[in-house]
Design a protein around this ligand. Structure first.
Ligand code: SDX
Length: 431
């Protein structure tokens, strides 16, 4: 934490209070209100936390006005172009880009943890085959604390490290198993001679009846999707992981809480909802109808994949994904994909419409990702599980940072109470 160099003056009920202010390395100053209630007897009020910094962090920075996303200072477009997911995992976890030796050691450690406990197969078999993969993953990740109980003591740095590697390593296996289970195909074991993205594709799409050759174009696109979803400062699911972790709960339970939060259609569930919306629109000539619905205050419909709490210019991840969608679909020979044409026209129409311009609504990370994932052969039900797989390193990195922070204390917000004041119980005969 930096030293306060400025103060904010707040007058409450004719009393003046000086509140310390802290300046970040990037982004807005913050007003430290930790002693506000003790000194002024009032709470601040910020449902949805639109103006609240919940912690300090050195991992990811977003400038919503510039459309900038930095991981440990490195711009996301450079990482997506020049790096790869496990190297970005190392950067997020340890703060610096690895040397060749450090990277090789890290990749080996992850590779050696990709298998799951054989008993987990039985856990999977308790689900119905038509269970949504996200429901299975939420349950299985939470159950990891029953299978890997030897890495749940968060006071032990070594156990924290083992739990971190286990989660990053096993999420692809668990997500692939959830997919295989719902399509009625046998589970596929990870292979130690494949890279992270290739291993995941093979665990999803190979069958015992024939050899499976990973398409390098798809492996590169998969790895890039993992990188683009890796972390995103204090979004809803990351804040869920931090709040769950603040009670001292074990990392597997906390990451399962993050998975559950990500599932919502306003958050990670938007990639699935967006593709379903594009499919409902179906043809370019129906776009005006949906634009009108999105603008209609009486219609709960929103353009899925559009808008963002922080980005008010453009989501840099969407820019990379739009380019990647063009490349992947062309390389796959489906460049005239109708959904991609609808998506591009929808973006063009929306971005020229005063409503979207005024409200600063732009395509976000979920707008193009689904088009690529579908072209790769994934059903829409696998889109959010892939987002959860990718975001696990972000959740874990933020969790590690919080656990190691000496200021770490249990999160316990207050409220603006508008209910009944104290009143006496009445017997049922008199009601
Ligand atoms: C992710 O936080 C993160 O970083 C998340 C994420 C990550 O990497 O972790 O980036 C991933 O969750 C991306 C967002 C995916 N969600 C969607 O695509 C769902 C559709 N988008 C919206 O629901 C909405 O834009 C949110 C939830 C993303 C942001 O909501 P906010 O910041 O709370 O904004 P708001 O709901 O207050 O909307 C502001 C105005 C409203 O109009 P008014 O009440 O001011 O008249 O904009 C309108 C909204 O009605 N609006 C939309 C819209 N999004 C906002 N209108 C039509 N379509 C939309 N998509």
């Amino acid at each position: 934490m930096t030293d306060a160099k400025k103060t904010a003056t707040l007058t409450v009920n004719n009393e003046t209070h000086e509140l310390p202010m802290f300046s970040p390395t990037a982004g807005p100053d913050v007003i430290d209100i930790r002693k506000l209630y003790a000194h002024a007897g009032v709470f601040t009020y910020d449902p949805g936390f639109t103006s609240t910094a919940s912690c300090d962090s050195t991992i990811t920075f977003i400038d919503g006005d510039k459309g900038e996303l930095l991981h440990r200072g490195y711009p996301i477009d450079q990482l997506a172009e020049k790096s790869h997911y496990l190297e970005v995992c190392y950067l997020l976890l340890y703060g610096e880009l690895p040397s060749a030796t450090e990277l090789e050691d890290f990749e080996q450690r992850v590779t050696r943890h990709t298998m799951v406990h054989e008993q987990m197969m039985n856990f999977f078999r308790g689900f119905r085959r038509d269970a949504p993969p996200m429901a299975i993953i939420t349950g299985v990740v939470g159950a990891m604390s029953a299978f890997y109980h030897d890495s749940t003591d968060i006071t032990d740095p070594w156990q924290r490290e083992v739990a971190s590697i286990r989660l990053i390593a096993k999420m692809p296996t668990i997500v692939a198993m959830a997919y295989k289970y719902t399509v009625g195909q046998p589970f596929v074991y990870p292979r130690n001679d494949l890279d992270y993205a290739s291993n995941f594709l093979r665990m999803c799409f190979s069958v015992p009846c024939e050899e499976y050759e990973v398409n390098p174009i798809l492996a590169r696109a998969m790895d890039r999707i993992f990188t683009l979803h890796a972390d995103h400062e204090q979004n809803a699911s990351t804040s869920t992981v931090r709040l769950a972790s603040s009670s001292g709960a074990n990392p597997f339970a906390c990451i399962a809480a993050g998975v559950a939060c990500l599932w919502g259609p306003s958050h990670g569930g938007a990639n699935q909802a967006c593709l379903e919306m594009l499919r409902e629109i179906a043809t370019v000539d129906r776009i005006p109808e949906f634009i009108a619905r999105a603008k209609d205050k009486n219609d709960p419909f929103r353009l899925m994949g559009f808008g963002h709490r922080v980005y008010k210019n453009t989501d840099p991840r969407a820019v990379v994904l739009k380019k990647s969608a063009d490349e992947v679909l062309e390389l796959l020979g489906v460049e005239n994909n109708e959904l991609l044409q609808v998506a591009k026209e929808l973006e063009r129409v929306a971005l020229s419409d005063p409503y979207f311009i005024e409200k600063k609504l732009f395509p976000n990370v979920d707008f193009y990702s689904g088009i690529i994932l579908e072209a790769m052969g994934f059903p829409t039900s696998m889109f959010t599980p892939i987002f959860a797989l990718s975001r696990t390193v972000g959740w874990i990195s933020q969790w590690k940072e919080m656990i190691a922070d000496p200021q770490n204390k249990i999160g316990r917000p207050r409220q603006l109470y508008l209910g009944e004041t104290a009143r006496d119980y009445t017997d049922i005969e008199t009601r």
